[in-house]
Design a protein around this ligand. Structure first.
Ligand SMILES: O=P(O)(O)OC[C@H]1O[C@](O)(CO)[C@@H](O)[C@@H]1O
Length: 243
């Protein structure tokens, strides 16, 4: 794993943007795997800036998001579809038909997982997958205990995850209890993985991801077996690596 320590969040976001832009420069019809949460917001801002400057086009790009809540209408302000639309999709020249998220409102959720996984394969797989890291080691919504051989599936969200995400909702009880997520095997199938980690509260999780023995109890340790992982961590998140 290539670990790059960035001075601060701004710097991390600039590097993440450069990484994704570099992928599109190499292959204009790249398939991007995208993440939500607080950490990638700065990267989306920078990508939009690059697009507005006229130096980056997403016209040929296809995107697949990692996950979506189950039970929130697609137009709910806290659905991941709306998160992506507000921060990125509506601000660049991506064609909406090329942007994919699992449908958390599908009548048959199991069939929806199979459809999403098949669609990913049809698109030729993800070239670069952007990931955040949960405090409990989750990647996507793959909570502790998820088998490494998992493909897109339905998950019951961990109490810690619902607590972390409660900051966006009026109260914790409003946070959906379930979601659809790409599985760990799905994530590991990407050609390259870019993990963004910011803040002192993620320091322990970063250390566990790097140094803990691979275990389903800490899903991010699965990344140790991937041949092309870049980690961008800010100094706050990287502080426990020097201890
Ligand atoms: O970047 P954040 O907000 O700390 O979230 C970390 C991870 O947690 C999630 O938001 C899910 O809880 C992921 O989507 C994200 O990658």
């Amino acid at each position: 794993m290539d670990i790059q320590i960035c001075k601060n969040y701004e710097n991390l976001s600039t590097k993440a943007c450069a990484h994704v832009s570099g992928q599109i420069a190499k292959k204009e019809n790249s398939v991007l795997g995208l993440a939500t949460g607080g950490t990638p917001e700065g990267m989306y801002k920078k990508l939009v800036e690059q697009h507005r400057k006229g130096v980056l086009s997403f016209q040929q790009v296809t995107t697949f998001n990692l996950d979506e809540y189950i039970g929130l209408p697609a137009n709910h302000p806290l659905s991941y579809r709306v998160y992506m639309k507000d921060r990125f999709f509506s601000k660049v020249d991506l064609s909406v038909v090329n942007t994919h998220l699992p449908d958390g409102q599908a009548a048959d959720l199991t069939a929806e997982c199979a459809r999403y996984e098949a669609l990913l394969r049809e698109a030729g797989g993800v070239d670069i997958q952007v990931l955040g890291l949960g405090h409990n080691g989750h990647i996507g919504f793959n909570e502790p205990g998820t088998p490494f051989a998992s493909t897109t599936h339905i998950v019951e969200l961990d109490g810690k995850t619902r607590e972390a995400n409660a900051r966006y909702f009026d109260k914790k009880s409003d946070v959906p209890k379930k979601a659809i997520t790409m599985g760990i095997e799905t994530i590991l199938a990407a050609g390259e993985i870019l993990v963004l980690i910011s803040g002192a509260d993620k320091a322990e999780a970063l250390r566990d991801m790097l140094y803990r023995e691979m275990t389903t109890e800490f899903p991010a340790t699965a990344l140790q077996q991937h041949p092309n992982v870049t980690i961008l961590a800010d100094e706050q998140a990287a502080k426990s690596l020097h201890e």
